[in-house]
Design a binder for this molecule. Structure first.
Ligand SMILES: Nc1ncnc2c1ncn2[C@@H]1O[C@H](COP(=O)(O)OP(=O)(O)O)[C@@H](O)[C@H]1O
Ligand SMILES: [Mg+2]
Length: 225
């Protein structure tokens, strides 16, 4: 087992509203094996994105455990320190957010190449691989050196996925990675995700399109809203 989530819960305390409490989610338990894809399913607002953000520790859980088992040891992501969590993220966990978040004035190729450079790849090789990945996802070459902040929604999403999968780690979290894509590009993303599965990457994903979810998932976990 790679990841075991046990009785995970998150309540939000809104301090600017006199400490009113909002239920994010509660009682979430599932596990993910090596090379397996688990999808989270539930109505809008049921807490799907928050579960991913809690596993990535952008949100601190209110209760429960998140056990990540690696070759170097096991960690409860609900309990490790912030600095340990940063290291765990860097080594083991990728996260493709719903929307691309990048600094201005950095070109698409450089953005996609960065995770490879961080992993120790030379800049020339990293950029070449980034160009190939962008080309695979149908991004026009004339856009490669431009900042994706002015790209269309679908183009931004493809840059975001390229950046998220070019240097895969053992666990990948995907929040609606195909939401603004047409059928052709959706197929290409699913093809890449299948490759990652075969390479042993474990994934947790959220899809708003049922066909994609059923095509890629080994397991579907229902969240009650
Ligand atoms: N940072 C936050 N602060 C307060 N409430 C939040 C925050 N993030 C999410 N929520 C609330 O938690 C619930 C679940 O949200 P979310 O995880 O985005 O749902 P989903 O992805 O399933 O649509 C919603 O009621 C939402 O308003
Ligand atoms: Mg969401």
């Amino acid at each position: 087992m790679r990841l075991e989530v046990k009785n995970l819960a998150k309540r939000f305390t809104i301090h600017t509203r006199g400490g009113v409490e909002i239920e994010g989610f509660s009682n979430i338990s599932f596990s993910v094996k090596k090379g397996s894809f688990l999808s989270l399913r539930g109505s809008s607002g049921s807490g799907k994105s928050s579960v991913l953000k809690t596993i990535y520790r952008s949100y601190l859980p209110s209760g429960g455990a998140i056990c990540l088992h690696t070759d170097e040891g096991s960690y409860d992501l609900a309990k490790v320190s912030d600095s340990a969590m940063l290291e765990i993220r860097e080594r083991y966990i990728g996260y493709v957010s719903q929307f691309l978040q990048v600094l201005p004035r950095i070109g698409a190729v450089d953005i996609v190449a960065t995770p490879l450079v961080q992993k120790g790849e030379s800049e020339a090789v990293a950029k070449q691989k980034a160009r190939e990945m962008l080309d695979f996802f149908g991004i026009k070459e004339e856009l490669f050196s431009l900042s994706p902040l002015t790209f269309s929604g679908g183009e931004q999403q493809r840059v975001n996925i390229a950046k998220g999968i070019i240097a895969p780690k053992m666990l990948l979290l995907l929040d609606e990675p195909t939401a603004s894509l047409d059928a052709t590009n959706r197929k290409k993303v699913l093809e890449k995700l299948h490759t990652l599965k075969n390479e042993g990457v474990s994934m947790i994903g959220i899809f708003h399109d049922k066909a994609s979810m059923e095509e890629i998932s080994n397991e579907i976990y229902d969240i009650q809203g």
